[in-house]
Design a protein around this ligand. Sequence first.
Ligand code: MG
Length: 250
Amino acid sequence: MQKLKTPAEIEAMREGGKILATIYRDLRPRVQPGVSEKELEAWVDKEIIRHGATATYKTPEVNFPASICISTNEQIVHSVPSDYVLQDGDVVSFDLVITYKGMKTDSAFTMVVGKGNGVKNHLITSTERSLYAAIDAVKGPVRTGDLGAAIEQVLKNAKLGIVRELVGHGVGHSMHEPPEVPNYGKKGRGDLLAPGDTIAIEPMATIGKEKITVDHEDGWTISTADGSLAAHFEHTILITENGAEILTQL
Ligand code: MG
């Protein structure tokens, strides 16, 4: 069970989610061959402040060394932006949490830098589709297994690897709240989600196998063990009486 959020707190998440979506809308055209991850991070950092929000990753709650995770190609999540200069055809994922009026919202997306190809587009569109399948599975009260089953079905049909060791989660007062929201599962199983609950659903998929590896040098970056490309999509949603409201979209 999640700690109840007041209507004012939900409204703050609604406003914060719109800010996050606005930053992503404005970030997309800047993701071009020749721009470095660090340059993009610096731009995002300024935008967060300009919108009156805070970069949650840089707060003591997380202590991440940057305001946004930028994970490229075989990197799945939690990668620290580096001096790496993006190249045509790179698959790059962005994951950002902001705090606005004390409340957190969390969202991620993956795109191809410059020109894509069939395999990369399949990875990205299928992973995004699995996120929306989970959101569509919310018809009022729902169990986390219903969401996991919806994600798993789309990714299995797409013949992609499902990252099982990382999960979605409750979000709002803190960046990570109960319950865990796995990207696989069985209908009717798992924790019950009730109207007023706010969760982040975040499928991660790979072209290859499901196994992941953590970079022991930086302690953050999680990559595919087989070096295959990965994608990650995430929205923060509010469970309503008869469905879901996506908070991190315009
Ligand atoms: Mg998350």
